[in-house]
Design a protein around this ligand. Structure first.
Ligand code: PLP
Length: 394
């Protein structure tokens, strides 16, 4: 057997720990607070079935062919962005197979291996894959658990002329925090002043169940330096694998070419079916039901944490999204406790999995959308048993 020369990128890329955890979590008797799964009971199966039937019947074999991007869906997305305060036309929208593909495409557009890139100290693993994984010289910035990324640190990082920065504006994965309005405005200003492109990775903003919706950073983009990523994964269903990029018109041809190099195009069947769902006006109703359920589940998680922990254990209280970030006293190591938790048939993601430079071993990310309230209560009671059974903890 010859030894093949493999790319640096394939060596740098680490499989997401979360995917491995999800295989443990999928055992039938395990309670999982690990994945980022929307509540299965609320996925709109019947409506989506109707959409698929309609488009298959109406469009015939055309809908199973190669096809350009579906113009009505681009127009719907542009209008949706305009409603959120962004200046946007359909020609600035590119449909992707989810926000992750948007991250991968924009990383290829803006970053060569070795280039400096700014990401948060604690961030979604998919963001690490398109920066650390691509051999970027990563500059990390800390994030405040109340108001989002630390702007002094961000400005210092921008002074080092990075090729891009990637931030999550609403209901951060894994921290649950949202950027304050003032910070959104300042980030756009800093991006323009230092000419650093900011990728605003926003799969969660539609999942708000409390508080006032905030405009995307893209609203304050005066110099064409903010790239927005949206997704239907969390607002409709992960399996539709559809999202979008909003980028300046002059960059669209390059982005289109990059996008084609990945997979030519998103499925026209899926694009048309999702558009059918939207054209029926079903999204608002779906989000109302879905977010109402998530609020009940977030409250169940807070109640359970208060009941079983309290004291020195702290957690974020997100106004939407799917995740909460819990910080235990330094003596608790959530990697070490993980196996015992699995024995008790409950799983979470150790916070360290999101820490770009390691550490944060006393934290965990908990998902509150995928288990019913009484199951969440049971999960936290089991977790408390595990943590309190470990003598030197708490
Ligand atoms: C912050 C963030 N960005 C991107 C993604 C990927 O989303 P998609 O399913 O649209 O590819 C996720 C998924 O969990 C996420 O949390």
């Amino acid at each position: 057997m010859v030894t093949l020369h493999l790319s640096h990128e394939s060596a740098n890329l680490k499989r997401s720990v979360i995917r491995d955890l999800l295989s443990v979590a999928s055992a039938p008797d395990i309670i999982s607070l690990a994945g980022g799964l929307p509540a299965s009971e609320y996925l709109p199966i019947e409506q989506y079935q109707e959409c698929l039937d309609t488009v298959l019947k109406r469009e015939g074999s055309r809908i199973l062919q190669y096809s350009p991007q579906y113009a009505p869906l681009r127009a719907w997305i542009a209008e949706y962005m305009v409603k959120r305060g962004v200046t946007c036309t359909p020609s600035e929208v590119i449909i992707t197979n989810g926000a992750q593909q948007g991250l991968a495409i924009l990383s290829r557009l803006l970053l060569d291996p070795g280039d400096p890139a700014v990401i948060e100290q604690i961030t979604f693993t998919g963001i690490q894959q398109v920066t650390v994984g691509r051999g970027a010289a990563v500059i990390t910035v800390p994030t405040d658990l109340e108001t989002g990324v630390d702007l002094d640190a961000l400005e210092k990082a921008f002074q080092r002329q990075p090729r891009l920065a990637i931030l999550i504006p609403d209901f951060h994965n894994p921290l649950g925090v949202s950027l304050s309005l003032e910070k959104r405005q300042r980030i756009a200003e800093l991006s323009a002043r230092y000419e650093v492109p900011v990728i605003e990775d926003d799969p969660y903003s539609a999942l708000r169940f409390e508080g006032t919706p905030l405009p995307p950073i893209k609203c304050y983009d005066e110099e064409g330096t903010i790239f927005y990523l949206g997704s239907f994964s969390k607002m409709l269903a992960p399996a539709v694998r559809l999202g979008w990029i909003v980028a300046p018109t002059d960059l669209i041809p390059r982005i289109t070419a990059l996008r084609e190099s990945f997979d030519l195009e998103s499925s026209i069947l899926t694009q048309t079916a999702v558009y059918e769902f939207l054209a029926h006006g079903w999204m608002d109703e779906h989000l109302r039901t879905f977010n109402a359920a998530n609020l009940v589940r977030r409250n169940a998680l807070i109640n359970a944490l208060q009941q079983h922990f309290g004291g020195e254990v702290r957690w974020t209280e997100p106004e939407g999204g799917l995740f909460m970030w819990v910080t235990f006293p330094e003596t608790v190591n959530t990697w070490e406790v993980f196996d015992q938790a699995v024995k008790q048939k409950v799983v979470y993601v150790p916070g360290g999995a999101f820490a770009v430079e390691g550490g944060y071993t006393n934290t965990m990310r908990l998902n509150f959308s995928n288990a019913r309230p009484e199951i969440i209560q049971e999960a936290i009671s089991r977790l408390a048993t595990v943590i309190q059974a470990t003598p030197e903890l708490l």
